[in-house]
Design a protein around this ligand. Structure first.
Ligand code: FAD
Ligand code: DHB
Length: 385
């Protein structure tokens, strides 16, 4: 089969790209190793930046976010004995939204259904060939298949095959801790997210809906979930989030999902070779502390879609030629911000580092200049920054 753009991966980046290309009059075929059910129920990110919500709205995908999403003015930052609210709307005029990646994925899937978008799920052995005149091969229903395309885009996440056909440099940082994430059937105990520094380790109190809470605990890398029965998780969350402090209480409920998420930073550049492009986690990974991964994937796509429309419809290569450099500016900004939030909030054994962290936390919660820097990055810079 032949198409204009072959997209590898039906995660958020791949599906949004197919949607924006369709709106620009460019056809695409998406191939995905997992089933549709699997990609729509993968529990991952939960916070949409201001620009992401604007982008989804302008693409006609904002209705359910407006109805069911929860707009937050800011976050709480805390350490033992102190909790401070940063109001992003007051600081930088931008808010964020709590809206799960599972829901974004469903909205994109339904928009694809309405438009008759071709998405081939459950494929195996995907391979990208000949970057100058690209085609993709894979197996579906045990039969070999091939898609020839003017352009191939790897939206295939951090373990997909496309990155290997785009040679270049990679930069990496590993962290010696992970997150233990849980989803619980209990009303959130907080109005807005709480990011908590604690000598035992970082904790994050997030949410998905008025009846579902999402919580994370810093744990050592290599942690076995078997060591963390529900009671131990709730006890650690209560200690680190300050249950009992100034009358605040962490409500407990049945845990419905539990996983350990390793953390790393990784950037690959350039994000293009000939007619093969990379977008989202296929090109970069950030640790989750700044809630940037999903937003950054969408920011890449917001640059790439108009570039491919200009390239394929008007034969104008300028935006496509600029894509990698422009995208990487934001990638490095988010890579720095995610590293900065991570290293400020995760406890370490080094007593000197602890004092620096506490000093930094006092500064961002007491100085308007400090608070503004955090707010500008968290609520997100404009697309095209
Ligand atoms: P992905 O969502 O990874 O999508 C890539 C798609 O490509 C997948 O559907 C995959 O199945 C498919 N694929 C892979 N290989 C192939 C192949 N060979 N052929 C065809 N298809 C292929 N971010 C946050 O901000 N907060 C969080 O709490 C958070 N939690 C996360 C938890 C986990 C376990 C992970 C992995 C990521 C998390 N992230 C989080 C990051 C965020 O979810 C990602 O940044 C976001 O999903 C990026 O979207 P993407 O479309 O680029 O990549
Ligand atoms: C969530 C995840 C994050 O990484 C973050 O910084 C905030 C919220 C979440 O899954 O709700």
């Amino acid at each position: 089969m032949r198409t204009q753009v072959a997209i590898i991966g039906a995660g958020p980046a791949g599906l949004l790209l197919s949607h924006l290309l369709r709106a620009g009059g460019v056809e695409s075929v998406v191939v995905e190793t997992r089933t549709r059910d699997y990609v729509e129920s993968r529990i991952r990110a939960g916070i949409l930046e201001h620009s992401t919500v604007e982008l989804l709205r302008s693409a006609g995908l904002g209705d359910r976010i407006a109805r069911e999403g929860d707009e937050h003015r800011g976050i709480h930052l805390q350490w033992p004995g102190e909790r401070h609210h940063l109001d992003f709307v007051d600081l930088v005029g931008r808010s964020v939204w709590v809206y799960g990646q599972t829901e974004v994925q469903k909205d994109l899937g339904r928009a694809g259904d309405r438009a008759g978008q071709q998405i081939i799920y459950d494929v195996r052995d995907t391979a990208v060939h000949d970057p100058a005149d690209p085609y993709v091969t894979f197996t579906v229903d045990d039969r070999p298949a091939r898609v020839d395309a003017d352009v191939v885009v790897g939206c295939d996440g951090s373990f997909g095959p496309t990155r290997d056909v785009v040679p270049g440099q990679t930069w990496q940082r590993t962290y010696d801790y992970s997150w233990l994430g849980v989803l619980a059937d209990v009303a959130p105990s907080t109005d807005e997210l709480i990011y908590a520094w604690h000598p035992d380790g970082f904790a994050l109190n997030s949410m998905r809906s008025p009846t579902v809470t999402r919580l994370y605990l810093q744990v050592p890398s290599g942690t076995d979930l078997a060591e963390w029965p529900d009671e131990r998780i709730w006890d650690a969350l209560s200690d680190r989030l300050g249950h009992g402090q100034d009358g605040w209480k962490l409500a407990r409920g049945p845990i419905t999902d539990k996983s350990v998420l390793p953390m790393r930073s990784n950037v690959a550049a350039p994000m293009r070779r000939d007619r093969v492009f990379l977008a989202g986690d296929a090109a970069h990974i950030v640790p989750p502390t700044g809630a940037k991964g999903l937003n950054l994937a969408f920011a890449d796509v917001a640059l790439l879609a108009p570039a491919l429309v200009a390239l394929l419809r008007e034969k104008d290569p300028r935006l496509a030629d600029e894509y990698s450099d422009r995208a990487l500016r934001r990638v490095w900004r988010c890579t720095h911000f995610s590293w900065w939030m991570t290293t400020m909030l995760h406890s370490t054994d080094d007593p000197f580092d602890r004092q620096l962290q506490l000093s930094q936390l006092r500064w961002v919660t007491s100085s308007e200049a400090g608070a503004r820097g955090l707010a500008e990055n968290y609520a997100g810079l404009p697309i095209g920054f």
